[in-house]
Design a protein around this ligand. Sequence first.
Ligand code: HEC
Ligand code: HEC
Length: 235
Amino acid sequence: MLRATLLVLLLALASPARADDSADFGERLAACAACHGQHGEGVRGAEYYPHLAGKPAGYLFEQLKGFRDGRRASTSMTWYVRFADDAFLQRIAQWYAELPPRTRGADTGAAELTAERRRVAQNLVEHGDPARDLPACSSCHGANLAGLEPGVPALLGLPADYVIAQFGAWREGVRNGAPPDCMHDIAGRIAADDMRAIAVYLSQQSNVDGLRPAPAASFLPPRACGSLPHAQVAK
Ligand code: HEC
Ligand code: HEC
């Protein structure tokens, strides 16, 4: 009896004919859930995997194309997208962008921050450093760090190791944004110990309020990036 019920349940799950097309599409992304969580929230315990839920669709689309076309390197990711066409990647991006912005990776920063290092990190995030020509992270990622449509992702709830690895990748030219690649420029202006402090500080900022990226052009970043419409940047 129990086995019969299980069989019916399994058949229902596997059935291709479903009224709700988007639920079907979610099932097609089951392979992604192993590393990014069933709701795109990231996976706790394997801290390196970033969340995808609620990030701007334009941003996610660019990253997926980047893995496919070799502008961004990751053996785990390239395998999944190497044969995908733009239309399919766009659909994946849209699907994750519409999910509630959950971030399970928050608070995974293993290292403790001293009060002094925390102050340094928060100051760089909120104010930057004019002496290094370093704009505040919040001037592009938003005062609440929730991101900006269409191309700037949130900095809330990202695993510290992931952020550190991304800065390394920008510096070494392994992660390349559309030109002008402003994150490559920014990564070159931050010393390694400040970077570490920033990454741990950011990993401790979780998105408890479920904040979404700010609407396009709702504030003007201080300089142009390839993934931001240049008309939407302060002159
Ligand atoms: C084996 C684990 C694994 C699987 C499965 C996987 N990913 Fe990833 N994904 C990663 C890792 C690791 C990264 C971070 C790569 C890096 O270091 O830049 C990543 C990064 C990403 C990013 C960039 C996130 C950001 O904020 O920039 C997107 C988008 C993404 N994955 C989508 C997907 C999709 C869609 C699938 C399914 C088709 C998938 N991933 C399957 C491990 C995985
Ligand atoms: C001039 C605008 C600008 C400033 C200032 C800026 N960023 Fe970014 N950031 C971006 C854009 C645009 C992207 C998307 C990059 C891409 O599409 O390749 C991004 C992406 C990122 C990502 C990748 C997130 C992910 O999910 O993979 C991280 C991490 C990041 N920025 C951290 C920072 C930090 C930390 C600072 C401050 C020290 C900062 N950024 C300052 C524009 C900016």
